[in-house]
Every structure is written in C-alpha cells, then in structure tokens.
Design a binder for this molecule. Structure first.
Ligand SMILES: Nc1ncnc2c1ncn2[C@@H]1O[C@H](COP(=O)(O)OP(=O)(O)OP(=O)(O)O)[C@@H](O)[C@H]1O
Ligand SMILES: [Mg+2]
Length: 326
C-alpha cells in the first residue's frame, strides 16, 4: 500500500484517526494524565480520563491542545505517538504516512511544530491540510469548480468560517470560541443565578439535554444537583432552555458575527453561490440545538449540518491525504 495511510484530526476536545480503507477507527479525548510527583505521563486519551476521574489528587490533567493549537509540545507528541500506534497496531512494521489537519490561520512556527510532532511521533511522511478544506471534503462538498461554498466548523475550542472555491480557501476567519466555552458560560450562569456550582461534565450534559441558542415556543426543563456556594451542601436546581439561551447569548452573538464578517468579505459572485447552496456546518459544537435556525434567521441563508459533524474533519483529513497522493 503506497501513499497516505492515516488522517488525524488533532482537536481541542478530541483526537480522531482515520485509516485508509477503514474509516475513523479511533476517537478519544485529547487529554493526558501526568503524575504530580515526577511529571511523567501516566495515561493518554480515554484511559487518562478514566484515571483522572478516579484518582484526581495525585494526577495533573493536561490538555495539550488549546483552541486548536499546540500548547504543550511534549505531551502532544506523546499523544500522537500513542494514538498512531493504537490505530495502526503494533503489527505494522512500516512507519505510516500521515496527514494532519491544522487551523487555517497557523503561523509558520506553529506549522513546523505540528509537522515535527508528527515525525517525532514516528511518521514516515507528514502532510498537512487546512481545517476548512478537511471539513468541506468530510462534509462531501465538491468545491473543485469556480463557485462559492461556505463551511463553518464549530469545535470544542474554535470556530472557523470559510469560503471555498476551485480547491482552495478564498476567505477564512477563525474565532477562539467553541462548544467548551458554552459549558463554561453555563457554569458561570448557574453560579450567579442559582448560587450553586457544577462541574464541566455536568454543564456539558445540561447543554446537550436542554441547551438551545434559539427561541422556541416550547420550553424544556431539566433538574440537576449542584453544590450550594453558601452551605457547601448538594442542592437540586431546575434549569430551562430559556436559561441556557441567556447564558449562551454572548457566545452565539460572536459566532454569528464571524459568519457575517466572512460573508461581507466574500466577492459578490461567490456570495451569490452561497446564498443559493446554503451554509454547511461541521464540528461537534454545531450540534447545539437551534444553531441552524439562528444562523438562518440572522443571515437569510439556508443552513444545514453535515451528516457526521464530529467525524467530518477526520474523514476529510484522511481523504485529503489520499487526494494529495494522486
Ligand atoms: N449533541 C451535542 N450537543 C451539543 N454539543 C455537542 C454535542 N456533541 C458534542 N458537542 C460538543 O462538541 C464539542 C467538541 O466538538 P469537536 O469534537 O468537533 O471538537 P474538536 O475538534 O476537538 O475541537 P477544535 O476543532 O475546536 O479543536 C464539545 O464542546 C462538545 O460538548
Ligand atoms: Mg475540530
């Protein structure tokens, strides 16, 4: 087998590995558990998450990727090595050829850091593809012709809106806001409105159950247990979709703004194509309820979420690697 073997989406929240001919074979949280006593890595990915939830005192939780870029080089490299081995298996004698997805606005230094991490992690060859391109390929958009296509990827830590035409990026803008910021906003809102604290995982659960960014006639409610900040005791609170919408308002405003800015910078002929074809959403953050409706209402353009938003970038990265070989 010649050419690119695997595609890797190195996300803020999760890392996905796509293997040629097999599809997405691995999806694990981009987290590592470090021993506080000697700073050695004890576990990576799903194993790290398990370990951290069971013995948090002795371990340090590290998220080596922040807002889509490498914040901790050493840990990123170890993580890549671990996931590559896990995906291709120890039976593979040949070093794999890999394609890694990177944000569109990375500096030269940051690009090199990703490339180096790939080689250090044991790759034979490292290719890189910009995220909007990977997202569009993964979403099944044909942007080979001279016409405008818009894809908005909302991940855990970043949002990127881009216009693509003739196999390239025409306009692209990123924002360091993603689904994880919605969790954080919910935690702050719950603290100030109800006087209780909740953890990030509980906030994410609330976001998925009743969170919305769009006003709807029917109100959804959810009960959860938080910790009262005055007494320190558990307290049951009922939160509504309306509460969530309030908590998310500032963040959703910023996402709408970036989509607007990109449309404003788009040459008129391409913008016309987008108006006809619609905007395609990718990334896990796009799964928040009401986002399609909100963006449609604010842009006047039809908005659809792609088939498998959590895997789109990984699939597109793998396919981009295959296309580069051709
Ligand atoms: N059903 C859902 N409803 C709302 N949010 C969801 C849902 N499923 C996943 N998410 C959110 O999607 C985000 C993760 O998305 P994704 O895996 O695309 O991010 P990432 O690629 O790791 O991050 P980035 O692209 O910013 O580096 C998380 O914030 C998660 O809470
Ligand atoms: Mg992503």
């Amino acid at each position: 087998m010649a050419g690119t073997d695997i595609g890797i989406d190195l996300g803020t929240t999760s890392v996905l590995v796509y293997v040629r001919g097999r599809g997405v074979v691995l999806k694990e949280p981009s987290v590592a558990a470090l021993d506080r006593s000697d700073d050695r890595i004890r576990a990576i990915g799903e194993d790290a998450r398990m370990l951290l939830s069971r013995s948090p005192g002795t371990l340090k939780e590290i998220h080596p990727l922040e807002n889509g870029i490498i914040a901790d080089y050493m840990v990123t490299e170890q993580m890549l090595r671990y996931f590559i081995q896990k995906a291709v298996g120890r039976l593979s004698f040949r070093k794999p050829k890999i394609c890694i997805c990177i944000p569109a606005d990375l500096t030269e230094v940051e690009r090199h850091a990703v490339e180096d991490a790939g080689y250090q992690a044991g790759a034979r060859d490292v290719a890189m593809v910009e995220e909007p391109i990977a997202a569009a390929i993964g979403a099944g958009i044909d942007f080979s012709k001279p016409s405008g296509n818009m894809v908005v990827d909302i991940g855990g830590g970043t949002t990127n809106a881009a216009i693509l035409s003739v196999n390239g990026i025409v306009v692209s803008m990123g924002l360091k806001v993603g689904g994880n910021d919605f969790d954080a906003a919910l935690m702050r809102y719950i603290r100030s409105q109800f006087g209780v604290t909740v953890g990030q995982q509980a906030a994410e659960e609330i976001k998925m159950q009743v969170g919305t960014v769009y006003e709807r006639p029917e109100e959804r409610l959810m009960e959860f247990i938080g910790r009262d900040i005055e007494t320190g005791l558990p307290k049951t609170v009922r939160i509504s979709s309306q509460d969530c919408r309030m908590a998310f308002r500032e963040l959703t405003g910023r996402i709408v703004e970036v989509v607007h800015s990109v449309l404003e910078k788009t040459p008129p002929e391409l913008a016309e194509d987008v108006a006809q074809r619609g905007i395609v959403l990718t990334g896990g953050g796009s799964l928040i309820d009401g986002l399609e409706d909100l963006l449609e209402a604010r842009t006047g353009v039809n908005v659809v979420t792609c088939d498998d938003p959590l895997c789109a970038v990984a699939i597109g990265t793998g396919r981009a690697g295959e296309l580069l070989d051709l």
